[in-house]
Design a protein around this ligand. Structure first.
Ligand code: ZN
Ligand code: ZN
Length: 346
């Protein structure tokens, strides 16, 4: 089965001039082309105007997907597959997420970190204590939020000159809560940028520093690699295939600026059967868990948030029969690098 799947990499949660960023669609496509991204998921705040204007689809070998960031004072969500949106600016996710689902949308909780490191800002965030189950996953890592915690307000110049210097990876508490939720239900994890680029940065002081980061640079940082059947060139079909893979958790998140993670895999074998990221396996005889990465790295296999096997190399193999949620983290030269979705042993 795994041999039928191809790997596509792309960037998720990109703002454009349709909301509060300065890049336009052709520019986003050009940045994707220059950085080797196969797909870009646009998520402007509370608007799908670019979709109505026909931007969704294939452009120059790049699959442009127009989602939306439902931007409510009670918590944000990245939503795919909606034709229209609106009226949710003050709605709680418990209210708007079921409505999103009824309208045919697929929701991921956006940047679920509750606080910034410096505790200077607090974002309202309802996850993981939502009553609704009407979301398929979360952004496990949002590059912009990782960056701004370090860069603002103490390292603004260094942050602009060398944006990667203070990056620490997914918030440990988000990962722990993600594992907790995964013990009870299927929940996908994706990597996001929350890319805001601004060429005239002085207008509003609070976001100004954030927006000077150029889109092309951001597209080289946190990318989500999906495993799917080969894309056909039919935009509607390919967007559906991509959406299903993201919702299923058949993907991993990687900081490709530290090193190209293409080819990384995490799977489990028992007898002749193979389970991939996002798959559920029935408990029973021991499974052989295999993690591979394309370069020598520090690889860790976790079950229910606990590291159960670790080593340095390009492969890690471990046998285990215990039920729980298994996933892999790899660090490259001390930098956060690859974060896979779970394999669920129930
Ligand atoms: Zn947001
Ligand atoms: Zn955003």
């Amino acid at each position: 089965m795994m041999k039928d799947l191809l790997e596509y990499k792309g960037v998720i949660h990109v703002h454009t001039a349709y909301s509060d960023s300065s890049g336009r669609m052709p520019y986003a496509v050009e940045c994707a082309r220059k950085t080797g991204a196969d797909y870009v998921i646009i998520a402007d705040h509370n608007t799908l105007q670019s979709r109505r204007e026909g931007w969704e689809g294939w452009h120059d070998g790049v699959l442009l997907v127009i989602g939306v960031e439902v931007t409510s004072v009670k918590g944000h969500a990245l939503v795919l597959g909606l034709e229209r949106c609106g009226g949710w600016r003050h709605a709680h996710p418990d209210v708007y997420l079921p409505q999103v689902e009824r309208l045919g949308g697929t929701a991921f909780i956006a940047h679920p970190e509750r606080t910034h490191r410096g505790k200077l800002f607090r974002r309202p965030q309802a996850w993981p204590n939502l009553k609704t189950q009407c979301y398929v996953g979360i952004e496990i890592w949002s590059f912009m939020h990782d960056w701004i915690e370090w860069a603002f307000p103490w390292h603004p110049i260094a942050g602009v000159r060398n944006p990667g210097a203070g990056i620490v990876g997914p918030h440990p508490e988000v990962l722990r809560q993600w594992d907790q939720v995964a013990l009870g239900r299927h929940i996908s994890g994706i990597g996001a940028l929350d890319a805001h680029e601004r060429r005239y940065p002085i207008r509003r002081l609070d976001w100004s520093l954030l927006k000077v980061l150029p889109m092309e640079h951001l597209f080289r940082t946190v990318r989500t690699h999906v495993l799917t059947t080969e894309w056909s060139g039919d935009a509607g079909a390919d967007i559906a295939t991509l959406g299903r893979a993201l919702a299923a958790g058949r993907c991993f998140t990687a900081y490709d600026l530290a090193g190209d993670s293409t080819g990384s895999r995490f799977f489990a074998r028992r007898g002749g059967k193979v389970a991939l990221m996002g798959d559920e396996v029935t408990r029973g005889a021991a499974l052989e868990f295999v993690a591979t990465v394309p370069r020598e790295a520090e690889i860790a296999l976790l079950r229910n948030s606990e590291v159960i096997a670790a080593g340095t190399g390009s492969e890690l193999v471990h046998h285990d029969a215990a039920p729980g949620v298994y996933r892999v983290e790899a660090h490259l030269g001390g930098k956060p690098w690859v974060f896979t979705n779970h394999i669920y042993v129930r």
